[in-house]
Ligand binder design. Structure first.
Ligand code: FES
Length: 66
């Protein structure tokens, strides 16, 4: 799903960027452009920063069906 509609940034892209070492909203902004327009997605984008686990990064908002 898209986290950042303004810049068409998906939750998957954010997860991959966090897994690659992003540790702040600034890192995500610099890499993906997330939260650089209206800013509505900033809180959700930040919520991914603490989820660096390789196998259990399954945010409740990812829309996966089991
Ligand atoms: S939804 Fe991300 S900057 Fe607008």
């Amino acid at each position: 799903m898209f986290v950042c509609v303004c810049n068409a940034v998906s939750d998957r892209q954010i997860q991959e960027t966090v897994a690659a070492g992003a540790s702040s909203l600034s890192d995500l902004q610099a890499t993906l452009g997330v939260a650089t327009c209206c800013g509505c997605c900033a809180d959700l984008a930040v919520s991914y920063l603490g989820k660096r686990s390789d196998s259990q990064a399954t945010p409740a908002t990812n829309g996966n069906l089991q």
